[in-house]
Design a protein. Structure first.
Length: 271
């Protein structure tokens, strides 16, 4: 599933072709993705000017001068395509701009979603209202984590995946950040020391920044809007490296299952 770096990379790629543009034509090639497209989506967007693009957690935001924002989620296999030579059966939403660009939202498995939200009410929109701070924002601090995790017996790995604690973190980058901070993924969250949390915050930021710079991580379906793959997977320290040597101590990387998801970690370095 595309995580925060993949969505951030996608938004930056779209901005080069959409920011400031008039949406001359908007076409829906089916009625739904994971759920139906919003009623009136085509009417609301056609003729609107894009005033900005952004991201909240794993959602992309396309803002317009009609005070409406199109919010998209890429689901499991979604990606935007810029100037596709030909449209395929999985190009479910197509946008054509006044200057002649064409962009399509391609989602073979249709686990993604598109919503239309009043821009002024974005923060109060239910999926966003209960979210924690963005991991790349000043709001993520060791103090925030200490308060949010106090008394929690659930594993730190699972707590970091809880969007109410931190918005936008996913399995890949939590595994990588915990490795860098030398924290065992099964450690009860409330027992993680303040010193360890102080290591964890910059580790989260560094992993995400490096992944964004590398264009994200292509594991199966993901590609940037211009078709390029994401290359951060080549830099994974633990994720999907079961049995391979730890880059620090040489001990084989281990794998466990937490909350129905695989977790990779070093059994010696992470305590």
């Amino acid at each position: 599933m595309p995580e925060l770096p993949e969505v951030e990379t996608t938004v930056r790629g779209l901005a080069r072709f959409l920011d400031g543009e008039i949406l001359a034509r908007v076409t829906l090639n089916r009625a739904d993705l994971r759920r139906p497209f919003p009623p009136g989506l085509v009417q609301a967007l056609t003729g609107a000017r894009v005033t900005g693009l952004g991201r909240r957690a794993k959602y992309g935001l396309i803002q317009t001068d009609r005070d409406r924002t199109m919010v998209f989620h890429l689901g499991m296999s979604g990606r935007w395509r810029i100037e596709p030579e030909a449209l395929g059966k999985h190009d479910h939403l197509v946008i054509e701009t006044g200057s002649g660009h064409r962009l399509s939202l391609c989602d073979p498995r249709r686990f993604g979603s598109v919503d239309l939200v009043d821009t002024a009410g974005l923060e109060a929109w239910p999926p966003f209202a209960a979210m924690g701070p963005e991991p790349l924002s000043p709001g993520l601090t060791a103090g925030h984590l200490a308060t949010a995790l106090a008394g929690r017996s659930a594993a730190i790995k699972l707590m970091l995946l809880d969007q109410r604690i931190v918005a936008g973190l996913g399995n890949i980058y939590v595994c990588e950040a915990l490795y860098r901070a030398r924290i065992h993924p099964e450690k009860p969250a409330g027992q993680v020391s303040r010193a360890a949390l102080t290591r964890l915050v910059p580790a989260i930021r560094a992993v995400l920044d490096e992944a964004i710079a590398a264009g994200g991580s292509t594991l199966r379906d993901y590609a940037q809007p211009d078709g390029q793959l994401g290359y951060f997977a080549k830099a994974f320290d633990v994720y999907d490296r079961q049995g391979e040597d730890c880059r620090s101590c040489g001990r084989p990387i281990g794998r466990i299952v937490q909350g129905g998801r695989s977790t990779w970690f070093c059994q010696r370095c992470q305590r």
